[in-house]
Write a protein that binds this ligand. Structure first.
Ligand SMILES: Nc1ncnc2c1ncn2[C@@H]1O[C@H](COP(=O)(O)OP(=O)(O)O)[C@@H](O)[C@H]1O
Ligand SMILES: [Mg+2]
Length: 286
């Protein structure tokens, strides 16, 4: 009768299906995000990762299947329920989605005023606190045009966090960034994970993900075809599709060798898992 065992996942998808332009983009995808877990979606371009993430908060309505927030099925026909879902499920996009005509502080403040109905004064105070959390207090007055890509993404994260979400969906949060700016965003994501935020992240940052994720989900052609702990899937002799894919993207990024992944894998490596024959190690560990 342990109460903990009965706690439903924060977010769950059951048999999501989506067809777009005649393509079966999602084919009965199910997943569950228990509280505090970090799951990482990997897979080739066109696999359906972005569609899946957007179906999870009905930015794209799935054709079939259901979404459950803390064990309760979301009724997609209720505007009120969708609104409430989107407040509780934070979303981070590759291209930041900031308002260009608003400063960093105003980008966060406007969300608090519009979505949470806060007063301008209270929203402004909280906005500054959220920017401080991502290390951007000194950039609060700057407009997106005067922020680096990494800073813009951190503002977007601050804006999402200001809503006090129960779970965060991150769609390739560092893909649009110059390599030297990726680290600052990954550091914020790592901090979130260490503070217990429930997250699902689509990313090609394999070393980073391996050091953070409870589970890798490998997607191809609209289906999750492999899932497991990074240590399990990336083990040299795993023979997994995940390993083959990760080796390929590491190779393409121009850095071969075991060091990067080994550094990223951290715990797994210390636990005696051997990795690396496939030449993994694309990114600098954060
Ligand atoms: N609006 C659309 N109309 C038709 N096909 C689409 C549309 N949006 C996405 N697709 C297709 O759905 C597939 C999955 O896309 P996406 O979810 O963006 O994949 P990923 O994020 O893994 O790269 C791709 O084949 C893409 O071309
Ligand atoms: Mg995508």
């Amino acid at each position: 009768m342990a109460a903990e065992n009965q706690t439903p996942p924060v977010l769950e998808a059951r048999a999501l299906g989506k067809t777009l332009g005649g393509n079966r983009v999602l084919d009965a995808v199910s997943l569950a995000l228990p509280k505090g877990c970090v799951k990482v979606l990997i897979g080739p371009s066109g696999a359906g990762k972005s569609t899946l993430l957007q179906c999870l908060n009905f930015l794209i309505p799935p054709d079939s299947g259901s979404i459950l927030l803390e064990g309760r099925e979301v009724n997609a026909r209720s505007r009120r329920e969708l609104c409430s879902l989107r407040q509780q499920v934070g979303m981070i996009f590759q291209d930041f989605n900031l308002f260009d005509h608003l400063s960093a502080m105003e980008n966060v403040r406007v969300a608090l005023m519009k979505v949470k109905g806060m007063s301008k004064l209270d929203a402004g105070e909280l906005a500054l606190a959220e920017l401080s959390r991502v290390g951007l207090l000194d950039k609060a007055a700057l407009y997106p045009a005067n922020l680096s890509g990494g800073q813009k993404q951190r503002v977007a994260i601050a804006r999402a966090l200001a809503m006090d979400p129960k779970v965060m969906l991150l769609d390739e949060p560092t893909s649009a960034l110059d390599p030297e700016l990726i680290g600052e965003v990954l550091a914020v994501i790592r901090d979130l994970a260490q503070n217990g935020m429930t997250m699902i992240i689509a990313t090609h940052q394999i070393s980073f993900s391996a050091s953070l994720a409870d589970e890798f989900l490998f997607m191809e052609k609209g289906r999750v075809i492999e899932s497991g702990s990074p240590a399990e899937l990336l083990r040299r002799d795993s023979g997994s599709r995940t390993l083959a894919f990760c080796a390929k993207i590491s190779e393409l990024s121009g850095e071969a060798g075991e060091a990067g992944l080994a550094a990223g894998l951290g715990e797994s490596v210390r636990a005696g898992v051997s990795v690396g024959a496939a030449g993994l190690g694309a990114e600098s560990p954060v």
